[in-house]
Design a protein around this ligand. Structure first.
Ligand code: IMP
Length: 201
């Protein structure tokens, strides 16, 4: 069975292929599936945005479609940057600047107020059965705290300021395998895998 994953990001595809191996050996990106559409992510939650992406792609294929939406929620900043994580301070602003800005905004926060989490919602639109395309949605999380300094070279985005207490380092200091085993995306993908298995896939 073919799965189309709504992303242009090769790193995400590798992770998805690893975690969903067994359910499908043919997980392709939108591009590989020959689907080129403009997706307007105007939802107000991670789940809504993931579902918007999955439904848009599903209009162009009969295959099972998966889409994700993720971001960083900082509790002291009332959940910012949240669904605006990639757009925070402007899409083209380099992450070292965004990351330092978040550290600076937490200058007056007490240690216990530095909690944060990466969130990932994954939505699925299943192939048609009895005239309907069933939809599923799951949320995965990765809990941590905002570091006092930028540290680490691995990962991407906000990883260098995301301190993982049980590892004693930031998620940018974890290997890919260590991060995948704990990450919000890994968590959501494993939950989606369970739901798909219950659906008989
Ligand atoms: P998207 O789901 O690919 O649109 O990701 C949204 C944004 O959230 C990314 O551009 C990053 O800023 C942030 N983000 C999501 N997941 C991670 C992660 O694992 N590490 C660091 N930043 C992340």
């Amino acid at each position: 069975m073919k799965i189309v994953f709504a992303t242009g990001n090769e790193h995400k595809l590798v992770e998805v292929r690893n975690i969903l191996a067994g359910i499908s050996e043919q997980i392709v990106s939108m591009k590989e599936a020959g689907i080129e559409v403009e997706i307007v992510e105007d939802g107000s939650t991670f789940e809504e945005n993931a579902m918007i992406k999955a439904r848009t792609i599903a209009q162009h294929t009969d295959a099972l479609v998966l889409a994700d939406d993720s971001g960083l929620e900082v509790d002291y900043l009332n959940g910012e940057p949240g669904i605006y994580s990639s757009r925070y301070m402007g899409e083209d602003t380099p992450y070292p600047i965004k990351n330092q800005a978040i550290i600076d905004r937490l200058e007056n926060a007490e240690e216990k107020q530095r909690t944060a989490r990466f969130v990932c919602a994954i939505a699925a639109v299943l192939p048609e059965k009895d005239g309907v395309r069933k939809e599923l949605c799951v949320r995965g999380t990765f809990e941590g705290v905002i570091a006092h300094e930028i540290a680490g070279e691995n990962g991407f985005g906000y990883d260098p300021i995301f301190y993982v207490p049980e590892c004693g380092c930031t998620s940018a200091q974890l290997t890919t395998e260590e991060k995948n085993a704990r990450s919000h995306r890994g968590d959501a993908l494993r939950k989606m895998r369970e739901l798909l298995e219950k659906e008989g896939y």
